[in-house]
Design a protein around this ligand. Structure first.
Ligand code: SOE
Length: 411
């Protein structure tokens, strides 16, 4: 049997996502049989000392201090973009036009306009066999992939409610330093695009239905933060003294949403014509849910059943099946059986997986798609739909005309 060809990867950026992606590229071929074998060929970063240290720590064979060198090198087949959102469009478009596959971290871009350009270039590149994916890695959490399988199999019936929260608390400290995630010119938005985007993608992917409209509220609780603080992980402490800079993004985002009706209904939700309506949703994303560390939660209520997931208990899925006796209640599925998505390649039942496995499964699905010459999922077009929802949420929050004050004096 001939040895699989290498897939030579060039990664741009080496912070939190760079670390997670490096682990995934190294680990995927050791636990899954792949048509191509990823090689960690080069990592690029502007700081020569920092990128050399990252290459040594994460196992990259060479370094570049300009991402454009990765595009020029003919020993690189795929560009993995792990940088802030303001750089995604330029790098992805250059890579695709140079004939290199692309994996781009989420959200796809910092605007719908950029995402539309990226999607057009990606679709043209796909015609030439050059493929791309956006890194909504939570789709590859086994419990959420199982939820998708159950919805597709009709176990929940028609979906009526989507309830999505993504709760973190690393900004609860008013002196946590100003980082790129709090600078709109780099991140595009705050909790909305950074973590709310995951909830939007997961809800649309699992239900198979797009959001068609939203009504939103954004809030920035802490308007200024220390600059230049010691940055540890996502939060850290910048110190109460010293200069402070403006926070230009949301700390928290709340929105209600209407989804399209199921495609076979043929009706467009909200048409008011008595046609079947699609699900309605409520979304919350915040970095101030003190005590919640990475609670990416999703509950779907259907006409036959419900599921509930919390990433802080990521190896299980709560399932309510109306076909059982009414007082059966929710039951906890341990998503570690060999029949569950991805789990057969890891440990015996009950041993569980972690955050990093979603990134490894993302690489597995991407490499399998490239090997088969098929469009990976989520595509840039899928990610553009998420970008449109993000933009609608921001537009709704800016337009307070729908906001109804509660009269201070009883009428
Ligand atoms: C920070 O909020 C963050 O690292 C996000 O950027 C990731 O996408 C999410 O998976 C974990 O939290």
């Amino acid at each position: 049997m001939t040895e699989p060809k290498p897939l030579r990867v060039g990664m741009v950026g080496y912070a939190f996502m760079g670390a997670a992606h490096s682990h995934a590229w190294r680990t995927a071929p050791r636990f899954f049989d792949l048509p191509l074998i990823p090689e960690l060929t080069a990592v690029a970063g502007r700081n020569a000392e920092g990128v050399r240290a990252a290459a040594s720590k994460y196992g990259w064979a060479s370094v570049e201090t300009d991402w454009r060198r990765l595009i020029e090198r003919d020993d690189i087949d795929l560009i993995d973009i792990c940088t802030p959102g303001n750089t995604h469009a330029e790098i992805a478009i250059a890579a695709l036009e140079a004939g290199k596959h692309v994996l781009c971290e989420k959200p796809l871009a910092n605007s719908v306009e950029e995402a539309e350009k990226m999607t057009a270039v990606a679709q043209a590149a796909a015609e030439r066999g050059v493929l791309s994916m956006c890194g909504f890695s939570y789709r590859r959490t086994p419990a959420l992939a199982l939820a998708k399988r159950m919805v597709d199999d009709g176990r929940l019936g028609d979906i009526r409610h989507v309830r999505a929260q993504y709760l973190q608390d690393w900004l609860s400290d008013a002196d946590a330093p100003l980082t790129w995630r709090l600078d709109k010119s780099k991140s595009g938005s705050g909790s909305l695009g950074d973590i709310g985007a995951h909830s939007i993608d997961a809800a649309q992917w699992i239900t198979g239905l797009n959001i068609t409209g939203v009504s939103a509220l954004l809030e920035t609780f802490v308007k200024e933060r220390p600059v230049g603080g010691d940055f540890v992980g996502l939060g850290g402490h910048g110190g109460a003294e010293g200069p402070r800079g403006p926070v230009t993004v949301d700390d928290a985002a709340l929105f209600t949403a209407r989804f399209e009706a199921r495609h076979d209904d043929g009706a467009d939700a909200g048409s008011g014509s008595g046609a079947p309506s699609g699900p309605i949703g409520i979304f919350e994303a915040t970095r101030f849910a003190l005590g919640r560390k990475n609670a990416m939660r999703l509950e779907l209520n259907g006409t036959r059943g419900s599921i509930a997931f919390d990433f802080e208990d990521m190896n299980s899925l709560q399932f309510y099946d109306s076909a059982l006796e009414p007082d059966a209640g929710f039951r906890k599925i341990m998503v570690t059986e060999p029949s569950h998505p991805y789990t057969a390649n890891w440990w015996p039942t009950g041993h569980g997986l972690g955050y990093e496995h979603g990134f490894t499964h993302q690489v597995v699905d991407l490499v399998n798609a490239i090997g088969a010459g098929e469009q990976p999922s989520p595509s840039f077009a899928d990610a553009l739909q998420v970008q449109k929802v993000l933009a609608a949420v921001e537009a709704s929050a800016d337009n307070s005309s729908r906001w109804q004050n509660v009269d201070k004096e009883p009428s």
